[in-house]
Design a binder for this molecule. Sequence first.
Ligand code: IPM
Ligand code: MG
Length: 374
Amino acid sequence: MTNFNFLLLPGDGIGPEVMSETRRVIDWFNGRSNTTGNSFDVEEELVGGASIDASGIPVADGTVEKALVADAVLLGAVGGPKWDELPFDQKPERGLLRLRKELELFANLRPAICYSALADASSLKRELVEGLDLLIVRELTGGVYFGEPRGISELENGERRGINTQVYTTSEIRRVVRIAIELAQKRGSRLCSVEKANVMESGVLWRQEAQWVCDNEYADSGIEMSHMYADNCAMQLVRQPKQFDVIVTDNLFGDMLSDEAAMLTGSLGMLPSASLGAADENGRRKALYEPVHGSAPDITGQGVANPLAMIGSLAMALKYSCDMGDEADMLDRAIANVLDNGLRTGDIMQAGMQQASTEDMGKAVVAELEAMSA
Ligand code: IPM
Ligand code: MG
């Protein structure tokens, strides 16, 4: 019997609402610890604007320390109009960026799966997206997000100058490419590495190092590696998204391409993500799981947010942090069944379907789990 330690950081906006439905699912698994052999201890802390309001900073040191020792961190969302005017280094988003950096979560897994029940909600034609299952692996602790020098300075001529630095080293590229290859091996074995090697030296290095890892460390792995410029990739994603299996790319391109890919599936509100660090001697990785969607201030507090991306993030935690692949699959199936049964939150509502609240969705997922395990 393993007892896992989860740190829950609901954060801002709809974060607390979708987190409480996720807790409902965790409680259900705890009620079945005799069968699964595992149980979960959960602790909650503040992050983002909620933390700013309580203590003036977007994440407290004590919270970062708890995150460092947790088996998994589950985060809801950060940010909102209330904190938009704060200086850059005090914004809610800094709390999330600090956690990513201090936990060294360099590999961000963003699956884009099109549930067949939702294919018509996509802005693309059904035949282009139905059955879509691609995975974007985004580098998360380097590149222009953290590169130095950065800042805004005054020039002698009275102008101002804003600067950020896109920078990558060999080891930063290789470690994220390795994770992408290992994941691709468990899927369709096709990996597309994305950069702008036609205009950026960091892109040239990215392309060379990605190919190096494939040729030297995974020579007989059967991985089919290709390279694509980021602008072309953005275009190909709307032209023919099913051509991709796994995409590996840098922090900034990954931010943009994963939003694009998420929207293709019919709802941003449906997609989970995992951010993983290096494996320690026991094979354990630091990990943070969060929905791809944001804090959605426009619908906060109304009980209408879609909790499925957060619940799907729990499924990823079961799979990657708890070695509970069967339970993760079961939870993913429960989510798909709830959709097949016609339940919809507002963001994915379609004619003829049944409108559900955040709580209805959470309860329906638990009911499906219950039915499956009966
Ligand atoms: C994301 C978000 C974050 C990012 C923000 C909230 C800092 O857009 O996780 O994709 O840019 O990485
Ligand atoms: Mg983003």
